[in-house]
Design a protein around this ligand. Structure first.
Ligand SMILES: [Zn+2]
Length: 302
């Protein structure tokens, strides 16, 4: 079963709250699964990059493990790209697009493709210092193309709209590979301290070291940090010894270190001395804003 069918079947079988948050370029559903209730509220996203679709399998593992508060899981942000990597050019429905992709890629081997099937790299398409990243390119390509404007891609636009509707307290974005965590994006001092504590807890839970990429921009995590003012991490799961795309038989290796990261994040957020609404003030202070206790569905209807 291909990765899209796998996630679609899991979605059909899922008895908890769930939502289709948008459609891909080729009209495939972008599925979101909700687990738990109350605060804090997290979002975990996977397979933002096509060749990293092994992380969609990791999402299914994460969905088996209980979390504190609420977590929304979006297992397959780029379904068209993931299928292009997994099954090749025949997975693309539109004939003109097949031609376009073959000319862009220069071969029928799409195993290293990262972008969506319009050649936009979704993880540089967010409005967070968009277009200023070191490796950005400005025309459609297998990777690093920022798009015509921020959120020009359907998939990143759907993810941004969904994120704004959920108003999460933290987000995790799962990529491969390198076994490291990225958390920093121009935070001012107080948020820097809070976000570092959050990141350090996840580093301890996974054994992945904290890294910085000062010359990157436009990522989902960057946007969450800069616009939503919340702690957000990019998780690079999987050893560098593995090659792209990481095959399913390496999944146990990924699970060994990254299997409990969503759980750990939900716990770590609860233990932070500051929350996003009381940055600089202890969260148990009588003057601190009340934390939300409702589930996302209750919130959206209120
Ligand atoms: Zn990636």
């Amino acid at each position: 079963m291909d990765i899209y069918r796998r996630i679609r079947a899991a979605y059909a079988a899922y008895t908890g709250e769930k939502r289709v948050i948008g459609r891909s370029v080729e009209g495939r559903s972008l599925f979101a699964f909700c687990m738990g209730e109350g605060s804090p509220v997290g979002i975990a996203v996977y397979a933002v990059h096509a060749r990293e679709y092994i992380t969609a399998h990791l999402a299914l593992e994460h969905l088996k493990r209980p979390v504190k508060g609420t977590v929304w899981f979006v297992p397959l942000v780029d379904p068209d790209g993931a299928l292009l990597v997994e099954k090749g050019i025949s997975s693309v429905r539109n004939a003109a697009r097949r031609k376009f992709l073959l000319s862009l890629n220069g071969s029928e081997d799409f195993s290293l493709w990262k972008a969506n099937i319009e050649g936009v790299d979704l993880n540089v398409n967010f409005p967070a210092r968009w277009g200023t990243g070191e490796h950005n390119v400005f025309a459609p390509a297998p990777s690093d193309y920022v798009g015509e404007c921020p959120l020009s891609a359907r998939e990143s636009r759907a993810l941004a709209a969904f994120t704004l509707s959920v108003r999460p307290d933290y987000t995790l974005s799962f990529h491969t590979k390198g076994e490291e965590l990225y958390w920093h994006f121009h935070q001012p001092p107080l948020r820097l301290a809070r976000d570092f504590l959050f990141a350090r807890a996840l580093s301890r839970a996974s054994g992945y070291p904290l890294k910085e990429a000062p010359r990157s921009a436009g990522g989902y995590k960057d946007w969450c940090v800069e616009t939503l003012h919340i702690p957000a991490l990019t998780v690079e799961a999987g050893s560098n010894a593995l090659s792209h795309p990481i095959k399913e038989n390496a999944l146990p290796q990924l699970i060994e270190k990254a299997g409990s990261l969503v759980q750990a994040a939900s716990q770590a957020y609860k233990e932070l001395p500051w929350t996003k609404n009381s940055c600089g003030r202890p969260s148990n202070s009588p003057n601190a804003p009340k934390r939300r206790g409702k589930s996302p569905s209750e919130r959206s209807s209120s």
